[in-house]
Every structure is written in structure tokens, then in C-alpha cells.
Ligand binder design. Structure first.
Ligand code: ADP
Length: 599
């Protein structure tokens, strides 16, 4: 004898009457497999055959099926047959003795009548019977439509639907005082038109549609979807799979449970229990189930639903489900928004402050130039007098020559040329002063630093002469150019040179010289350097001189050097002060060269 482990796994053949692989049948088989697979003493092979009997019938088809199954399972001993549906059981009752004479039969999804009639024909058989009732459907319909007056019955002709066969006798609804609108066996198009205009006190009782009055076959779930899309009244359904697909609900068959119940019986038989000791029993695979969305749609008072009803898809609102996550996210968003707003306000404030500061620098720079001009005014007046006096005396000389009996034209021409030259000189002085005193409007342009430096030296030359200081300029032959504001850079140089001149005020004798350099380095920068041979700056004060209002002069303002770093930095440069080893001060600033002049 073989040990249990060496015995081949027993095989179950499941015969489904339909050919549908719709959700209902899938769930039945899933329930069946899940339960069979719990068998503790080892695996079981499960074969599933869809006999397609609700679409194809007749002796010839049955014979062809028989031949097919005979050949297919010739070498596969079948330990047990499961017949699902009354037609499948009919088939088994006819062919069992020939095909599987020794295999016991367990059935499910069969109405009581068919079960009792056929079970006697099959030697070893048992199963679960299912009876749907009109009363349960009407109970469901009444709870959905409290003033229910009419019921529209939909489906294949009732006498062709074993599970609903007894519905054909419509006494019950009538007894319950309801008007029956019989829409069974209609062509789909007519049906769709009718379900859209049902009376307002009606509900639809949906049985099952596998083929319509025009002979078209449907997967029941598809037929149901068409109806649900058009129906103007709630639909009471009889199977769980229509709830959630547009069915309002009802006392429904739960396919997974159907499969599980049948499988349970099969396991008992496989485990050795005598089938004659297992009586046919009623299925418990039914329950009142409703779709919460549909209940809301029809304004149903849930307290009117049958007791122990299950309400499906009652998805709580997002807020109920995720309130703390939403609160948290909300708080984070508010926090972030506040932060961003704060940063933006701060950014704006800074910009305003920067603009104000810049404006102030410009104002101060302007004041500073006025002060410089004030200091220079005596010298400038003196400077202007020279060309003006020369013009006057030349004009008087010309007048004398013109009034003479034989005027010397060549001489007059020379005098006029002198007048023009002196006039230009005076005009040049005035233009330079006007440029310097112009109110600032920042104007970025390319600047030749050699020119700018030379201009400052020439502007201050009269003062230098008055102070007995000599000016020297050593300009870079590369003519360094920078991008920036000409007036502002000129002002920095002017302050530095004017300071150097001032430094000689207390000094008597010695070398008195101020030198201006422009030096172009290979680092794409130009250095401007103003040195003097004056007394220099106290080392301890070297860092103080750039502070605002620091001055050692009686009439000084202490503003010139404090604005210089700001101007130079805004041009991308730096300024430094130092004492020269041989005496005197040195101020040096560097600026980036204009791009096209770079090496
Ligand atoms: P102000 O010229 O009104 O005093 P500045 O800011 O231009 O204001 O100069 C600040 C101070 O720096 C001067 O008062 C002076 O003491 C010192 N200083 C600037 N340049 C020189 C220099 N070339 N030699 C000596 N001291 C200088």
C-alpha cells in the first residue's frame, strides 16, 4: 500500500453551467479554491469547465461535450464533481453514470425544486440549495421607496431562470398591493427606453439578463451596467456583484460564500465522510447589502433598511478619514506661507533700505562735491579771471588796431585766435565744474580711467599751484577702461587728490608732490593710485579714516573717504589706504576692466 504522501493528489472537476468569466463566477470559483486550499491533509487539483449551457443546448451539443470531457479527462481520475447551477446539475444527472460513475457529486447555486428532483438520479450527491424570494426583494424595495406603488421586473423570461422561476407567479406583489410592470424578455433597446421613464413610486427588481428578447447574448454584468446607466429609479438586485455597479442593493447572493459552502461539503467528502450522511441543505450565502452612494442618491433613511443590512462603500469623507493628516499638512502650508510672506516682506524691506541707502550715498556724495567745489571756488574764480582778463585786454587791443588808419589785419587775426583760446579755457573750467555739481543720476558707461584721472588733476591744478604742490601723473599705456559711473569715480579721485593737497597745509618745506597712477595688471583689473609726500596718516587712524564724520581738519566734514569705499565697491572694486615707506600717504583702489578690454 502507498503511503499518504505518495498518493496522487485527488482531483476535483468543477462544472459551471455558464461560460461567463464575469465577477460573479470569478468570485464563486475564488471562494471555492480558497476553501479547498485550506485542506489540511494535502493539495487538491481543481479543474474548472464552463459548460456554456445557458447559450448552447440540445442533445448534439451535450454529446459533443461528453466526448470532449471523456477525451480530456481520460487519464485524470476525478475524485469529486462539483456542479454549479441547475443546468450543470441536469447535465451531470444525465452523464454521470457514463463519465464519472464513481465520483460523488456536490452541487451549489441550485434551486430547491431542481435539487430534490435531480439528487435522486445521482447516486452519491449532496449540495446547497438557494432560493431567492420575491418577498425579500420587495422588502428591500420598500425600504428604499417608502411609498412603493409599483415594481418593474427586469430580466430574462422568469420561467427560464431557475433561481427566479417562482417569480413568474406574480401573485405576491399583487397580494402586497403593488402594481407589476413586467419588462422581462424585452429587447435591450426597448428596455433601456422603458427604464428611463418609470413612475416615481416604483422600484426596479432586477433578476438576471443573459440574453434579450432580440436574441442577443450578454454577460450579465454588462447587461446590468446598460440598465443602471439609464434607469430613473432605484434598482433592487439579487447578486452582490451588482452592488457597487449601479445597483441600490437588496437581499443578495454572495458568490464567494456560495463557492466556499460547496467547497466545504467537498472537503468533508474528500476527508472520508460518507456522502449519504451529508443531507442537502439551504445556502446561507445571502444577505441584505446596500450601496451607500445609491442610498444617498435616493435620499434613503437608513433606519428604514432591514435589520442587519450591510452598507457598502460608505467611504467616510476625506476629512473624517484623514483629519489629522489634513490638519498637519494645513499647518505646514500655513507655516510655509507665513515664512514665505515674511521672507518676501523682509526682501522688500531690504530692497527699500538699499535704495534709501543708495539715495543717501548719492545725496552725501553730491553734498561732498558741493563742499569740494566751495573749497575750490576761490581758486576757480581766480582761474576764470585769467582767461577773462586776457580776453578783455585782447579785445581792447583789437579795438585800437581796428580804429587805426591802417589796421593790421594779420595782427587782428592773431588777437581773435587768442580770444577764442582763452574763451575755450574759461568754458572748459565752467563745464568741468558743472559736471561735478550735477545732481546724481547714476549713468553706467565705459570710462577711460586715464582721462578721468587727468581731468581731476587738471581741475585741481590751480589749487595745487596755490599750495606750492607739484602734480605728477603716470598713466598706463594700455588706457584702462572700466564700466561705471564717470561722475562717481571722478569724485573718488577728486577726494583723494584734494585730501593729499590738504595734507600739505601744515607742512612747510620738503618735497611737495602728489602723484596719480593708473596701472593695468594681468588680473584683468586696473589699479588707481594717489600718493603724496605729505605727513601721512597716523597708523592707529588708518582704519578710522573711512568712517563717516572722521576728520582732522578744522572745516572738514569727514564724508569724502566714507563714501569712497561704497562707490568703489558698487563698481566691483576695493579701496585701501597705507603709509608709504619714505613718508606720505598712499590710496589705492582697484576695479575690474571692461570686458572687451580684457586680455
Ligand atoms: P575730510 O577731508 O572732510 O576731513 P575725509 O573723509 O576726506 O574728510 O578725510 C578724513 C580724514 O582722513 C582727514 O580729515 C584726514 O585726517 C585723513 N586723510 C585723508 N587723506 C589723507 C592724506 N592724503 N594724508 C593725511 N591724512 C589724510
Amino acid at each position: 500500500m502507498l503511503a499518504a504522501a505518495e498518493l496522487p493528489a485527488p482531483a476535483i472537476l468543477v462544472l459551471e453551467q455558464s461560460d461567463e468569466r464575469g465577477p460573479f463566477d470569478t468570485d464563486v470559483v475564488a471562494g471555492l479554491r480558497t476553501t479547498i486550499n485550506t485542506r489540511p491533509i494535502g493539495p487538491v487539483t481543481i479543474y474548472v469547465e464552463n459548460l456554456n449551457l445557458d447559450r448552447f443546448a440540445g442533445a448534439a451539443y451535450e454529446r459533443s461535450l461528453q466526448g470532449h470531457l471523456l477525451v480530456k479527462y481520460e487519464d485524470r481520475p476525478i475524485a469529486l464533481i462539483i456542479a454549479l447551477g441547475p443546468m450543470a446539475l441536469e447535465y451531470v444527472s444525465r452523464w454521470h453514470a457514463l463519465l464519472w460513475p464513481k465520483a460523488p457529486v456536490v452541487f451549489g447555486l441550485v434551486d430547491e425544486q431542481t435539487a430534490t428532483r435531480l439528487a435522486n438520479n445521482i447516486q452519491d450527491s449532496t449540495g446547497r440549495t438557494l432560493q431567492l424570494s420575491f418577498a425579500d426583494m420587495i422588502t428591500a424595495a420598500r425600504s428604499i421607496v417608502p411609498g412603493l406603488g409599483e415594481v418593474a421586473i427586469l430580466g430574462d423570461p422568469l420561467d427560464k431562470q431557475p433561481l427566479f422561476k417562482h417569480f413568474a407567479d406574480q401573485k405576491l406583489p399583487k397580494l402586497m398591493g403593488l402594481n407589476v410592470i413586467d419588462l422581462t424578455g424585452m429587447p435591450m433597446n426597448d428596455l433601456l427606453a422603458r427604464v428611463a421613464v418609470l413612475p416615481s413610486d416604483s422600484a426596479i427588481l432586477f433578476t438576471s439578463i443573459k440574453s434579450d428578447g432580440s436574441g442577443t447574448f450578454y454577460a450579465p454584468v454588462d447587461a446590468f451596467s446598460f440598465i443602471a446607466a439609464k434607469a430613473n429609479r432605484p434598482i433592487i438586485v439579487a447578486v452582490e456583484t451588482f452592488v457597487g455597479r449601479g445597483g441600490t442593493g437588496g437581499f443578495v447572493v454572495i458568490p464567494f460564500r456560495v463557492g466556499a459552502e460547496v467547497a466545504q461539503l467537498a472537503l468533508e467528502v474528500l476527508n472520508g465522510k460518507s456522502i449519504s450522511n451529508i443531507p442537502i441543505s439551504k445556502s446561507n450565502a445571502t444577505k441584505f447589502i446596500f450601496d451607500s452612494g445609491e442610498l444617498q442618491r435616493w435620499n434613503v433613511d437608513n433606519s428604514l433598511l432591514p435589520r442587519e443590512s450591510e452598507i457598502r462603500f460608505n467611504t467616510p469623507t476625506l476629512w473624517k478619514q484623514y483629519w489629522w493628516q489634513i490638519t498637519l499638512v494645513g499647518m505646514v502650508i500655513v507655516f510655509q506661507a507665513t515664512l514665505i510672506a515674511g521672507v518676501l516682506i523682509e526682501h522688500r524691506r531690504r530692497r527699500v533700505a538699499e535704495l534709501q541707502a543708495r539715495q543717501q550715498i548719492l545725496e552725501i556724495a553730491h553734498m561732498n562735491r558741493h563742499a569740494t567745489a566751495g573749497e575750490l571756488s576761490a581758486t576757480i574764480t581766480h582761474e576764470l579771471f585769467q582767461p577773462l582778463t586776457a580776453i578783455l585786454s585782447n579785445a581792447e587791443a583789437a579795438e585800437l588796431i581796428v580804429n587805426s588808419p591802417s589796421p593790421d589785419i594779420a595782427e587782428i587775426r592773431n588777437i581773435v585766435a587768442d580770444i577764442k583760446r582763452d574763451d575755450r579755457r574759461a568754458a572748459g573750467i565752467i563745464t568741468r565744474m558743472r559736471d561735478l555739481l550735477k545732481k546724481d543720476t547714476t549713468k553706467t558707461q565705459e570710462i577711460d580711467l586715464n582721462e578721468t584721472l587727468a581731468e581731476v588733476f587738471s581741475l585741481l591744478l590751480p589749487q595745487a599751484v596755490a599750495c606750492n604742490v607739484s602734480f605728477v601723473t603716470k598713466l598706463s599705456p594700455e588706457r584702462p577702461r572700466v564700466i561705471g559711473d564717470r561722475v562717481q569715480l571722478q569724485q573718488v579721485i577728486l577726494n583723494l587728490v584734494a585730501n593729499s593737497l590738504d595734507a600739505f597745509e601744515e607742512v612747510i618745506g620738503g618735497q611737495r608732490q602728489v602723484t596719480g597712477y593708473t596701472i593695468q595688471f594681468g588680473d584683468n583689473r586696473v589699479h588707481v593710485c594717489i600718493t603724496d609726500t605729505g605727513p601721512g596718516i597716523l597708523n592707529s587712524k588708518l582704519c578710522k579714516i573711512f568712517e563717516s564724520f572722521y576728520t582732522t581738519k578744522k572745516t572738514g566734514m569727514g564724508m569724502g573717504l566714507s563714501i569712497s569705499p561704497k562707490i568703489i565697491e558698487s563698481h566691483g572694486g576695493q579701496i585701501r589706504a597705507a603709509n608709504r615707506p619714505g613718508g606720505g600717504a598712499e590710496f589705492r583702489f582697484s576695479l575690474p576692466l571692461a570686458p572687451e578690454t580684457r586680455e
